[in-house]
Design a protein around this ligand. Sequence first.
Ligand code: AMP
Ligand code: GLY
Length: 416
Amino acid sequence: MKILLVGSGGRESAIAFKIIQNEKVSKIYVAPGNGGTALYEKCENLNITDIDELLSFAKGNNIDLTIVGPEEPLTKGIVDKFRSEGLRIFGPDKKGAELEGSKSFSKDFMRKYGVSTAEYEVFYDAEKAKAYLETCNYPIVIKADGLAAGKGVVICEELSTALDTIDLFMIQDMFKGAGKKIVIEEFLVGIEASILSITDGKTIIPFLSAKDHKQIFDGNKGPNTGGMGVVCPNPYVNDEVLKDFYNNIMNKTLVGIREEKMDFRGIIFFGIMITEKGVKLLEYNVRMGDPETQSVLTLMKTDLLELIEKSLDQKLEDTKVEWEEGYCVNVVLSSKGYPEKAYTGYEIEIDNIELNNVFIAGAKLEGDKLITTGGRVLSVVGKGKSLEEAKEVAYKIREKVNFEGAYCRKDIGTAK
Ligand code: AMP
Ligand code: GLY
């Protein structure tokens, strides 16, 4: 089987690593890939990101299956395009991808299907938004409607910040269209969890829960990042939380996907908040999380490619996904200066490392050297019977990997 995998992050490294283990797979083209996918057996990086170019590559090279990692091509309709040409591709169609691509669409969907979420209002007009903000309790959350590279959510402690945010999003148009429409949302207090799942549009199967660590510094301090580490499963997701999630979020979402006639054969990721008033959905993502994937797939015993094929054939019903016992801790190493400005171009020194313990993200292969290119450079993953053991293993591996200015949080596995 020849596979085309779209994306370049640590998530794609983990997906490629998992899929090459299936003996049916002869080749994976990773577009554009990274220094890690360049090193894997059966893998070859392709310097293509444009959807039409990806399509003609898939057609011209007998690609049997395309897997899409990031949200952007999904929201641009890559799945619809490939399917209209008779190609097999894993991911939601454009309509399904709107669940991530538009915050107002996803909030209206949640309201329509009774999915438990924060109260909200949608605004198209800055003056009306400002008038509404005068009447709110604080803190309050303002979200740009469209994709804003993870920067479209602002938690406003007071009215003045909220008004400034409206100016930035709606009037100065800092996200080039993505913030012209906004959602103003009730601020929720609680503990966050990520639950990835696979669906074929008829059945939905949740994966192990995960706990991301978004802030740059220990103790969940400092600015938000793409994610500095993950614990899987999330220690706060107990049976009671899961039951609430299934009944009030996951199953209702599946009803909505069916009713709205989305062609959703892909991954749906629920970003939830465990609050005193029950579990609430913060957001949908229509792809795997990064760095969640690096931990979740590390514990997945079931063959991922088989799961993907069952989703595409709408045969997920009665499928059981098997997991390893214990925990996985994923510690992200980032470049000096991240998230404001990442200093890159340094060689990664890896001491006798096994590739299944390290997932490369922001680095390229130059000759036989890995050179840093991005903010989040790589993840080290440790497994253990207990969370403590997994943490110890991850931080031991971290000692064997270095580059100039390498930074990581020290509290992945212990932070609340
Ligand atoms: P989102 O892209 O909607 O997940 O928002 C990004 C981050 O902002 C989330 O992971 C939360 O940490 C935070 N956030 C979003 N919505 C809320 C909310 N209603 N209450 C509190 N925090 C929120
Ligand atoms: N780690 C959060 C995300 O992938 O959106």
